[in-house]
Structures are given as C-alpha cells and as structure tokens.
Design a protein around this ligand. Structure first.
Ligand code: UD1
Ligand code: MG
Length: 467
C-alpha cells in the first residue's frame, strides 16, 4: 500500500522530440535546479509511493536510458520505446507489457512537467481511489487556455470528456478549465480501452491516438473524477528554453521558501539557487548570487557571501565563506573563514578556526585546526599541521611534469612569504622558512631554512650610474 492508500505504478511520457528546445540534448534531460526534468518526475512519483516507474522514451532514447540506469534504483523502473510519436494514447499503449500485471492503478505523468510535487500526487491518488472511479484527471482553471485540451462537463458539473484545442468549436474554446494531462486510472480499464482505441483509425485533427479519449469512455462507464489543482506552477510544462527558465524559477521559489521556513535567511531569495539534495542548518545566511549544488551541506550559523558557488561540499558550524569563492568537493570546519575569492578544489579539507584568504587555491590538501593561508597561495597534495602559518605567495610545487608529490608542513610551522616548496619536502613542527626561499630539502624542527641569494648592497652605485 502506498501513502495514498492503494497500490499504483507510474508511467512517465517522455518520447517527444522537444523541437522547440532547439537542442542536441533530449528535452527531458534538460535540468531544473541541476537535476534532469525526468528525474524530478520519477523522484516525486517514488516519494508519493509508486511501486514502479515506466518511462516511455523515443527521441534520444539512448541518452535518456543511460541517465536513468545511472540514477534510478535498480529494478525500480522500466523503459518502453515509442519509435514513432503517434499520440499520448499510443505512448501509454507501447508500455502495456510493462504495466500489465503490475499495480491495480496507474498514474500517468509527463516527463516535461517537472514541478508536480509528491504531495499533490499523493492527494490526487488518494482522492481518486476514494472516489472509486475508473479514471481521475487533474485539471486547472486558467486565464489563457490556448493549446490545452478543454474539460467538458455535463449539466450537473460531472466530467463528460475532453476536447483538444485543435478539435474544439468556438464555444468549447471559451472553456477555461484545461486538462493538465495527469491521470490516475484503473490499470485494467486503461489497457482495455487503449486496445479498443488502437484498433481504430485516429479520428481527430492531429491524426493522433489521444489518451484524452479515455476520459469520455470512463464518464460513460463508472464515472470520471475531475481534480482541480490550484497551484498552476506545479503543472507548468516545458516546451522552450523560456519555459525551462520559468520552471526553474518555480522550483527555486518553492525550495527557497521551504528553507526560509526552516530558519535560513536569504537576503534576496530570487538570486539564490539551491539544488534538491542540499541540506542547510538553522540560522544559515545566504547572500545574493549564491549557488549550492549537489550534496552540499551547510551547518548552523554559517554565512555565505555573494557570488559563491559551492558543490558537493560540507561547511561547518558558523563558518564564513566570503564573496566570490568557488568550492567543489571540499570540507570546511567550524568557524573557519574562506575567501573572498578562494578556490577549494576536490579533496580540500580545512579544519576548524582556519583562515584561507583571497586568491588561495587548495587541492587535495588538509589544513589542521587553526592553520592560516591568508593570501595568494597554492596548496596541492599538502598536509598543514595545526596552527601553521603559510605566508603570502607560498606555492607547493607538487608536480614535476610526470607525477605529483606531497608536502608536509608541521604543527606551528611558519612559511615566509613568496616561498616555493619543491615536493616531496617536509617542514617539521615549529620550523621556519625565510621569505623568498625555494625549499628543496626538508627542514628539521626548530630550524630556520634560508634558501635564496644573499643580499649584496653596492655602495654609491646610483651616483656612479648617473655620472
Ligand atoms: C496533451 C493533452 C492535452 C493537455 C496537455 C497538457 C492529449 C491528446 N492531449 O496535449 O489535453 O491539455 O497534454 O499539457 O493527450 N508524448 C509521447 N509520445 C507521443 C506524444 C506525446 O511520449 O506520441 C509525450 C510528450 O513527450 C510529452 C507528453 O507526452 O511529455 C505530452 O505531449 P504533448 O504533445 O506535449 O501534449 P499535447 O498533445 O500538447
Ligand atoms: Mg501534441
């Protein structure tokens, strides 16, 4: 039994070409908040309790199938191929084998309608099951119904059928209740009716097999439920890049409202993008132009300033990520300050109470608690001990043209400005390196390494030069 109180499987129609996207990428792989549209749909269906998801694919089937096999739970989905797009009825029919013998009910969804929530699916399914009808259809009352199928109701207000825009007469074109294209049907009713439909020639303006024809059939045999959705953002379809941006705006607003409700401050939520798998603590502050991607987590009281891009990273309690920093697969400890304009690359692990300042790049390196690298530095394949201080312009020369080598900097060590540390090399605990050094040999604990040309002052040189 699903959350909605009955067994249902989902079918996602996604065979269409998406010509108006003008893209090499199949339409349903275009992303909304970093996740392909089709995955928004399959995830919501699963969260609503679908026992199985069947995707009907056609254009770009190889790419979509490759994505599904990488992202969907194994055994939890099936693919049916629709070679020619002969209409929505035909699209469901090609999946008949995958649907037959499955759940008692089937939820029909579109792969290019990414914002329908699991909550709405659950309520829709529950109400449809309670009504105990062969078919329920989701509808909306809109200001501009152009292009949509119109809902036909009888004198008593019951659903009688659907007429497509292209088949509608003038009076029908005035109807503002439209078909959202989402249905819950008894699986056996649906397959039996589709078999009848497919046995006839398509009789409509588009020469297509219309799934919508099943609505009138249900109305005549057991009744059809019309279920009106209030939030039109949820049933927004994507046909163009303009629609894609609108769908992203809808998803962004919904996500950001939920985070604000849970205690996150956003100076301007219209300018913050948070992907679905991000988690945020309480009293996090996000400034405009922040993008949080992948599996990023941000702990309580952290501040992220304008223009930061943070992907698959974890940010500790009360950490401060200053403006225009770029983090990817990095860890930042509690109370640590990063940036402005810092670059933390994969494997950067910064401890608590550290400081990584402007124009500092860190890759595959660990900075222990209290370490500081304030300015203009590259740390790659390095370990920096607790409390060590890395002077401005320090570079770990980790690459010799063939392989990478490690740099070890001990606890409390002090690296003077403009130092090149030629790896593999170790600067032991508490050791000092003089500014401007090129360090090729390890520095023992307690020592000062000076590795640069000695200064010579040539007295009277300037006057002689002028004479
Ligand atoms: C359909 C409905 C219409 C409704 C509208 C809501 C029919 C006949 N009409 O219109 O009443 O108002 O949705 O958006 O169902 N698809 C396939 N194979 C096909 C045809 C379509 O997989 O052969 C997929 C498309 O990729 C898309 C979805 O089904 O994801 C809907 O197809 P689309 O052509 O956009 O729907 P409409 O015909 O405009
Ligand atoms: Mg169409």
């Amino acid at each position: 039994m699903s959350e909605a109180g009955g067994d249902f499987q989902a079918i996602v129609l996604a065979a269409g070409k998406g010509t108006r996207m003008r893209s090499e990428l199949p339409k349903v792989l275009h992303e909304v908040l970093g996740l392909p549209m089709i995955s928004h749909v399959t995830r919501a269906a699963r969260r609503a309790g679908a026992t199985k998801v069947v995707a009907v694919l056609g254009h770009g089937i190889e790419r979509v199938e490759a994505w599904l096999s990488a992202s969907e739970p194994e055994g939890g989905y099936a693919v049916a191929e629709q070679r020619e797009q002969l209409g929505t009825g035909h699209a469901v029919w090609v999946a008949a084998d995958a649907l037959r013998g499955g759940a008692s009910h089937t939820l029909v969804l579109y792969g290019d309608v990414p914002n329908l929530t699991a909550e709405s699916m659950t309520t829709f399914v529950r109400d449809a099951l309670t009504a105990d009808v062969p078919l329920a259809v989701m509808t909306a009352v809109v200001d501009d119904p152009t292009g949509y199928g119109r809902m036909l109701r009888d004198a008593a207000g019951a659903i009688a059928g659907i007429v497509e825009h292209k088949d509608a007469n003038e009076a029908q074109l005035e109807i503002r209740e439209i078909n959202a294209g989402i249905y819950l049907m008894r699986t056996d009713f649906m397959l039996a009716e589709l078999e009848v439909l497919m046995g006839q020639a398509a009789q409509n303006a588009q020469g297509e097999y219309y799934l919508t024809d099943l609505v009138a059939r249900a109305a005549q045999s057991g009744g059809a439920l019309g279920w009106i959705i209030e939030d039109h953002g949820e049933i927004q379809g994507v046909n163009t890049r303009v629609d894609l941006a609108a769908a992203t705006a809808t998803a962004r607003a919904r996500t950001n409202h939920a985070w604000m409700a849970s205690g996150v401050t956003m100076i301007d939520p219209a300018q913050v993008l948070i992907e679905p798998d991000v988690t945020l603590g309480q009293d996090v502050t996000l400034y405009p132009g922040v993008t949080l991607r992948g599996r990023t987590t941000i702990a309580d009281d952290a501040i992220v300033e304008p223009g930061c891009w943070i992907q698959d990273s974890s940010i500790g309690h009360a950490a401060h990520i200053k403006a225009n920093s770029y983090l990817n697969q990095a860890e930042v400890g509690a109370r640590t300050a990063i940036g402005p304009m810092a670059h933390l690359r994969p494997g950067a692990s910064i401890g608590a109470d550290c400081k990584v300042g402007n124009f500092v790049e860190v890759k595959k390196s660990r900075l222990d608690d209290g370490a500081k690298a304030g300015h203009l530095t590259y740390l790659g394949d390095a370990h920096v001990g607790p409390g060590a201080n890395i002077g401005a312009g320090t570079i770990t020369c980790n690459y010799d043209g063939e392989s990478k080598h490690r740099t070890e900097i001990g606890a409390g060590a002090f690296i003077g400005s403009n130092t090149a540390l030629v790896a593999p090399v170790t600067v032991a605990d508490g050791a000092y390196v003089a500014a401007g050094s090129t360090v090729t040999d390890s520095v023992p604990s307690g020592a000062l390494a000076v590795a640069r040309g000695r200064q010579k002052n040539i007295e009277g040189w300037v006057d002689r030069q002028k004479a």
